[in-house]
Design a protein around this ligand. Structure first.
Ligand code: PLP
Length: 434
C-alpha cells in the first residue's frame, strides 16, 4: 500500500488521460493543458499560463467563472447545511428559485409558464419538451431544422442535424423531419413559406407535426441567426397546423443574445421553452423546460429522474436572476458589448473577404474552411485565448465571451483574434504561392 504523505495528484501524471480517460474527450484535445483555477473571464493552467475565455463553457458561463456573488451564495448555503439532494421535494432553495423566476423573469415580461425541472442537462430538457408535445398532440413527428443542435440522447439527437453526432446513435433516428432553416438556400428563398407549403399540401408526404423545434440562433450549427419575421412566421405556421412551438433557448438564452430569452420582442410566445447551460449562472448542471399551464398534462413521475432540480444550482441561479436581471443595466451592458463585438468582427471579416454571423454576444466569422478556422483558433490558444469553432464543417470562428467581460478585455481578446487571423491568412497565401 502506498503510504506516501503526498496527497494523490501532486505528482504530475499527465499520461493518465490517455491511459484511462475515454477517447470521447474532445475539447481537451485542442486545449492540451491542465487547468486548476478560474476567475471571471480568466482560466489558469498549472504551468502559470493564463487564458482569456472566449468559449465560456459553450455559453454556460455567461456571468464568468466563479462570480463572487454566486460563489458566496453557494458557500453560505453549504455552510448552513442546506439541502444538496432532495429528489423533487420542496426545498427552501427551490422555493426561492421559483419565486425569483416568477418575479424577475416571467411577470415583468407578461409570461405565464409552468416550470419543469428535468434531469440537469440540456438534452434532458429537450427530451421532456418533445415527449410532452407528442403526448399532447398524439402525433409522432417533430420538425427540426438543418444545422440544428439539440443534444445527444436519442430523442434530442434525432432532432440534431450533424451526421457525425447522429452516427453515434447506433439505431435509426426517426420521427423527425429536418426542414431548411432560415436562409438555408440564401436570401432569395423563404424557407418558412416552403414549410407552410409542404404542411398544407396533403400529398407532400410530410406528416402532421407534434412540434416545431427551433433555435433562434444556431449555436453549434454555425451561428445562423433567424430573422424575427421568419421566427414569427414559424410560430404562425405551428399554430395553424396544430403543432407546438418549442424554442430551444439552451445556448441563446440567459442573455447571450441580449434578453433573458432569445425571442424577446419578436412578437410571438413559444408554447414550450428549453433552458440549461447558463441557467445556474455558475456552470452547475441545471435544466428547465417551460410550457404554458394548459400544456401541463404530465402525470406524477411520468418524466422522472434522480437529479431533477439541482439545489446548489437553485441557489446560484436565484442569486444570478436577482443580481443581473432585476434591473436593465446588465442588458444595456450586454447590448453595448454586442455592438462592439459586431463592429470588430465585421472589420476582421471584411479584411479577408468573409462574413460574420450571429446576434448579440453570440457572433462569429464564417471562414468557409474548417482548416482555416481551426488554424486560427489553435494559434489563438497558443497566444492565451480560448476560442472554438462551430458549423457543419467547423468553419465558423465563434466568440462566446462571458457577458460580464469589460470592454477593454473584450478588445484585448479581439486583438489576438485579429492578429492570428491575419497571420493564418498570410501563411495560407504563402503556401498557395509556393
Ligand atoms: C448544448 C445544447 C443542448 C444540449 O445540452 P447538454 O447540456 O449538452 O445536454 C441542446 N440544445 C442547444 C441549443 C444547445 O446548445
Amino acid at each position: 500500500m502506498n503510504m506516501s504523505p503526498k496527497p494523490s495528484g501532486t505528482i504530475p501524471d499527465r499520461k493518465i488521460y490517455e491511459r484511462r480517460e475515454s477517447g470521447v474527450r474532445s475539447y481537451a484535445r485542442s486545449m492540451p493543458r491542465q487547468f486548476g483555477r478560474a476567475q471571471g473571464v480568466w482560466m489558469h493552467d498549472d504551468q502559470g499560463g493564463r487564458y482569456l475565455d472566449f468559449l465560456s463553457g459553450c455559453s454556460t458561463l455567461n456571468y464568468g467563472h466563479n462570480h463572487p456573488l454566486l460563489k458566496q451564495a453557494l458557500l453560505d448555503y453549504i455552510a448552513a447545511d442546506g439541502i444538496t439532494h432532495g429528489l423533487d421535494l420542496h426545498t427552501d432553495a427551490k422555493e426561492d428559485f421559483l419565486r425569483a423566476f416568477e418575479e424577475v423573469i416571467l411577470t415583468p415580461r407578461g409570461l405565464d409558464y409552468r416550470m419543469m425541472f428535468t434531469g440537469p442537462t440540456g438534452t434532458n430538457a429537450v427530451e421532456a419538451a418533445i415527449k410532452l408535445a407528442r403526448k399532447i398532440t398524439g402525433r409522432e413527428m417533430v420538425i427540426a431544422f438543418t444545422n440544428g443542435f439539440h443534444g445527444m440522447t436519442l430523442g434530442a439527437l434525432a432532432c440534431t442535424g450533424n451526421a457525425a453526432k447522429r452516427g453515434g446513435a447506433g439505431v435509426p433516428l426517426s420521427h423527425v423531419a429536418h426542414e431548411p432553416y432560415y436562409d438555408y438556400y440564401g436570401p432569395e428563398v423563404d424557407t418558412a413559406e416552403l414549410l407552410e407549403q409542404r404542411l398544407s399540401d396533403p400529398s407532400s408526404g410530410l406528416d402532421a407535426p407534434a412540434a416545431i423545434l427551433v433555435e433562434t440562433v444556431q449555436g453549434e450549427g454555425g451561428l445562423n441567426a433567424a430573422s424575427p419575421e421568419w421566427l414569427r412566421r414559424i410560430a404562425e405556421i405551428a399554430k395553424a397546423h396544430g403543432a407546438l412551438l418549442i424554442i430551444d433557448d439552451i445556448q441563446a438564452g440567459c442573455g447571450r443574445t441580449g434578453g433573458f430569452f432569445s425571442f424577446e420582442g419578436m412578437g410571438f410566445t413559444p408554447d414550450i421553452i428549453t433552458m440549461a447551460k447558463s441557467l445556474s449562472g455558475m456552470g452547475l448542471p441545471f435544466a428547465l423546460t417551460l410550457f404554458h399551464p394548459e400544456l401541463d398534462q404530465w402525470s406524477p413521475g411520468e418524466h422522472n429522474g434522480t437529479f431533477r432540480g439541482n439545489n446548489h444550482a437553485f441557489v446560484t441561479a436565484t442569486a444570478a436572476l436577482r443580481h443581473f436581471w432585476s434591473g436593465d443595466e446588465f442588458q444595456r451592458d450586454v447590448a453595448r458589448r454586442g455592438a462592439l463585438l459586431e463592429t470588430r468582427l465585421d472589420r476582421i471579416a471584411a479584411e479577408h473577404g468573409f462574413e460574420t454571423r450571429g446576434r448579440g454576444m453570440m457572433r462569429g466569422v464564417n471562414t468557409g474552411s474548417g482548416e482555416l478556422a481551426s488554424a486560427v483558433t489553435a494559434a489563438c490558444f497558443d497566444a492565451g485565448l480560448i476560442i472554438e469553432t462551430s458549423g457543419a464543417h467547423d468553419e465558423v470562428i465563434k466568440v462566446l465571451a462571458p457577458l460580464i467581460i469589460d470592454d477593454a478585455t473584450l478588445a484585448t481578446g479581439l486583438d489576438i483574434l485579429e492578429t492570428k487571423f491575419r497571420q493564418a491568412m498570410a501563411a495560407d497565401y504563402a503556401v498557395a504561392a509556393e
